[in-house]
Design a protein around this ligand. Structure first.
Ligand code: UT7
Length: 330
């Protein structure tokens, strides 16, 4: 049976604290000119001291539930996409469920890095097929600035913190959008796992009092990732359009992963999407990993860029490597 998957509410949140390119140029050997011309990023939002990924995730989640007209007690599943969880254990999903006051829910984290939103939509679709009464809260909450090396100019200028959440049900009451299709994949043939890594897991041995080594922080082979990102996001977008018999002209808004303006432009060109149909907000947030596409969707809606009936095509790319695409009908 084909159970529909409706987005009943969408909420986003980014910390208020801002870090501009000029601020960064006082930390590392960089400049506003380099960052803007190579990435399109002008500022990023960073967590306040003591603030956590779960805190910003909770704010986004509350906004999504409010729009959906749902209470925390209505939620049956809390799924959290994050590669920067509050802790290795317990899951950030359990922490968010507790802070929201959800009661007894199935709560778990999963990591598909920057592709978390696409993977989460796919998971939600499967869960709703098995359990049509489910009410799923999908939260993408990231604290990348807690894992960048502030001495490494090749990565620390790229990332920011943020969160986005959607409430999903099979019930279409006051639905904001309907998930038309979603495709997710990863690079299982070539071993490309080393292209983007964040340490701090159990592969490294730590002892109390031992200084933290370089492996603890985010590492990325940017130029190599760039090539894969352009090629793979363009290809998966073509696949999802073809299997839904949609032409690129029928896409009202393209909302790609916000990592680098040059990547977004290159993917748009490969797809032949006119620039006015491409949404970008990378200039304001930098790369917020799994939160990037929901944050962009939220901003696009707030700016009146999405109207009822619109087809929205989204795509993501991240560590793993992982990538995905999804079609929403508003
Ligand atoms: O979300 C997961 C997916 N991630 C991505 O999609 C990111 C993909 N990669 C990228 O966006 C780009 O590759 C970067 C923005 C990371 C780098 O841009 P690039 O045009 O590929 O630059 P590059 O790494 O080839 O570096 C060019 C030069 C180097 O100097 P030399 O060797 O030419 O003298 C770097 O050392 O730019 C230098 N550089 C910087 N200079 C000033 C690197 N970072 C900086 C910096 N400020 N922040």
């Amino acid at each position: 049976m084909n159970i529909p998957c409706h987005i009943r509410g969408l909420g986003v949140h980014a910390p208020e604290r801002l870090l501009t390119n000029d601020d960064l140029s006082t930390l590392v050997d960089t400049s506003d000119e380099w960052i803007t011309s190579r990435t399109g990023i002008r500022q990023r939002h960073i967590l306040h001291d003591g603030e956590t990924a779960s805190d910003i995730g909770v704010t986004a989640a509350r906004r999504a539930l409010t729009e959906a007209g749902l209470e925390p007690g209505d939620v049956t599943h809390v799924l959290v996409a994050t590669c920067t969880p509050d802790k290795l254990c317990p899951s950030t999903a359990c922490i968010i469920a507790h802070k929201l006051g959800c009661g007894q829910v199935m709560a778990f984290d999963f990591s598909a890095a920057c592709s978390g939103f696409m993977y989460g939509l796919s998971l939600a679709q499967s869960l709703l097929s098995a359990q049509p009464d489910a009410c799923i809260l999908l939260v993408c909450a990231e604290a990348l600035t807690r894992r960048v090396n502030w001495q490494d100019r090749s990565t620390c200028v790229l990332f920011g913190d943020g969160a986005g959440a959607v409430a999903l049900t099979a019930n279409s009451d006051n639905a904001v959008a309907t998930l038309q299709d979603v495709l997710c994949t990863s690079s299982s043939v070539d071993n490309l796992a080393d292209l983007i890594t964040i340490g701090g897991g159990t592969a490294e041995e730590y002892a109390p009092g031992q200084p933290i080594g370089e492996e603890f922080f985010l590492h990325m082979q940017g130029r190599e990732v760039f090539k894969h990102a352009v090629r793979d996001m363009a290809a998966i977008c073509k696949d999802i359009l073809a299997r839904n018999n949609l032409s690129v002209e029928q896409v009202d808004l393209f909302v790609p992963h916000q990592a680098n303006l040059r990547i977004i432009e290159a993917v748009g060109q490969r797809l032949n999407i006119r620039p006015e149909h491409v949404f970008t907000n990378v200039e304001s947030y930098g790369n917020t990993s799994s939160a990037s596409v929901p944050l962009a969707l939220g901003d696009a809606r707030a700016q009146g860029r999405i109207r009822p009936g619109d087809h929205v095509l989204m795509t993501t790319f991240g560590a793993g490597l992982t990538w995905g695409a999804a079609l929403l009908r508003f």
